[in-house]
Design a protein around this ligand. Structure first.
Ligand SMILES: Cc1cc2nc3c(=O)[nH]c(=O)nc-3n(C[C@H](O)[C@H](O)[C@H](O)COP(=O)(O)OP(=O)(O)OC[C@H]3O[C@@H](n4cnc5c(N)ncnc54)[C@H](O)[C@@H]3O)c2cc1C
Length: 493
């Protein structure tokens, strides 16, 4: 086949469906995920991505509970003293999804097959060697030969574990989940909300899967909790429930429908996620603490880009080096930004209880992740840059602008995504920035740079830009123009 996809989770199904749609022969080799399935929350910010990937009608039709927000208890002492939980409603009419992961997985996988991917199910991949994927089924061992292999096997990391994975031992986390049934529903909270509560030695969350059923999950540090037996697991769960008064209150009058079950939720990263004809995708590449609620979204985004990379290289092998470097940088950037968000949430929890070793360790972001260069982050941080702000003030002050191209600007070819291909396109480089730029927010800096000298006023330039490049919000346009001036791409004549 053109592409062997190992694992039929959200990442695997997404990559397989896209590649099949783009005309490639694809095999998904997968085994059933662990049962019972978790309940997971998808934030409203995932909607656009689901839409873009073509998953939205399917997910909408599945009838998942649509969440209207989150309820936080970031300091459990509040619940002790009877203070109300804090409710945060999503902005506008936004709604997230409360997923039963078993249903979600099955939907996506079936659709990938409907789009032409070949499913090799109940198969465990045991090795990958130069495109030969060996797997085991009940009737024996088999192989598939593939031009590209995508490791979408999640935490199992069939390829990822062969020296690519970088554990983050100080963030080890064990999730113990259980399903609760309350015949009358959940009287004190918004029934659609995810409820999140921190305590000194961990945190807990609860996600509804029906009006009467909720998963209530305890996140613990496995170094501090022994779970050698089923009984010990149950005791650890009930002990943690006891330490979270909000969750305890939530489950009062409810019935535990089965034994608590455990999942490793420890974060990890990777030294490298791309090699010739091989990519680590989704959780196989990295895992961010579930506190961020972005695991599935990250897996979908990663799968889309992996499909674009494989498609590009299958069509034009000369793009290999650029495509791999692009994928590696993007995956790193995504992990890094989620890692920083996670550390900020841990900071908030630490503020609630300053004596907590659990939160203190988690309040620091992964040092290696933060040390790596990240163009997206740099561009975002330019919004507060002194020279860019000075340029913005100057633009406001001047009635007329006469701009010319700075003589020191260089044009360089660098990769970006156009449709379903990675292509080399012109970027601009200035001695005042350590990286070349092409887009800032939605603004095409190259086009703006070309047009700028021909306009005499900012409104005229804004109109001229939109005529050729399409509508962009005025603040983004002004930010982009200020960047070009502040960082020496354009100078006032
Ligand atoms: C406790 C917990 C709570 C979470 N909560 C949320 C949440 O609320 N929101 C959110 O967005 N994310 C959440 N996540 C993260 C989310 O589950 C993952 O990010 C997401 O499942 C990643 O998708 P994936 O396709 O990369 O991997 P997976 O979903 O793990 O899929 C991997 C697939 O590969 C298969 N596989 C594994 N090994 C092999 C093998 N050797 N051969 C063949 N097949 C194999 C597996 O059976 C599985 O089907 C949570 C995770 C945990 C642990």
């Amino acid at each position: 086949v053109d592409v062997a996809v190992i694992g039929g989770g959200p990442a695997g199904s997404t990559a397989a469906r896209l590649l099949a749609d783009w005309g490639h022969s694809v095999a998904i080799i997968t085994r059933p995920p662990p049962r019972p399935a978790l309940a997971e929350s998808l934030p409203p910010s995932s909607l656009r991505l689901l839409e873009y990937l073509g998953w939205r009608p399917l997910v909408d039709a599945a009838g998942f509970i649509r969440s209207t927000g989150n309820t936080y208890i970031w300091d459990s002492r509040e619940a002790d003293t009877g203070l109300a939980m804090r409710q945060a409603t999503f902005g506008g009419m936004e709604r997230g999804y409360q997923l039963d992961r078993a249903v979600f997985n099955d939907l996506l996988l079936a659709e990938a097959v409907r789009h032409g991917a070949r499913l090799i199910d109940h198969a465990t991949v045991v090795s990958v060697n130069a495109g030969v994927v060996a797997y085991r089924q009940s009737d024996g061992d088999h192989t598939v030969w593939a031009r590209w292999v995508l490791d979408c096997s999640g935490r199992a990391g069939v390829v990822a574990r062969l020296g690519w994975r970088r554990p983050l031992p100080r963030l080890r986390t064990l999730a113990i989940a259980a399903v609760w049934e309350h015949a009358d529903g959940w009287p004190h909270i918004d029934p659609t909300h995810t409820v999140v509560e921190s305590h000194r030695d961990g945190w807990a969350w609860s996600i509804p899967t029906s009006p009467t059923q909720r998963h209530v999950t305890m996140m613990l540090d496995p170094r501090l909790t022994s779970i050698a037996t089923r009984q010990a697991l149950r005791e650890a769960y009930l002990g943690a429930l006891d330490a979270t008064p909000g969750m305890r209150g939530l489950t009062e009058g409810a019935r535990l429908t089965g034994d608590p079950f455990a999942r490793d939720a420890s974060p990890y990263a990777a030294h490298q996620v791309a090699a010739p004809n091989l990519l680590l995708v989704g959780d196989a590449a990295s895992f961010v603490d579930p506190l961020s609620s972005y695991g599935v979204k990250k897996a979908l985004a990663s799968a889309w880009l992996a499909a674009v990379v494989a498609h590009t290289c299958l069509e034009d092998a000369r793009m290999l080096r650029h495509a791999l470097a692009f994928y590696d940088a993007r995956e790193r950037a995504m992990f890094e930004s989620l890692e920083r968000q996670r550390a900020q949430l841990a900071h908030a929890a630490l503020a609630g209880d300053a004596r907590s070793a659990f939160w203190e360790e988690r309040a620091e972001a992964d040092a290696l992740a933060l040390a790596s260069p990240n163009e997206d982050r740099e561009i975002e941080s330019l919004r507060g840059d002194r020279e860019v702000l000075a340029a913005f003030e100057e633009l406001k002050r001047r009635e007329r602008i006469v701009l010319r191209h700075a003589a020191t600007v260089e044009r360089v070819e660098q990769p970006l995504v156009r449709g379903n291909r990675i292509v080399l396109e012109t970027h601009l480089r200035s001695p005042q920035l350590p990286f070349a730029v092409r887009f800032a927010r939605q603004v095409d800096l190259l086009r703006l740079w070309h047009l700028a000298p021909s306009a005499a006023e900012v409104p005229e330039l804004y109109e001229a830009y939109q005529r050729v490049a399409g509508v962009v919000p005025l603040p983004d346009f002004l930010g982009a123009l200020s960047l070009l001036i502040g960082k020496g791409f354009l100078v006032f004549a």
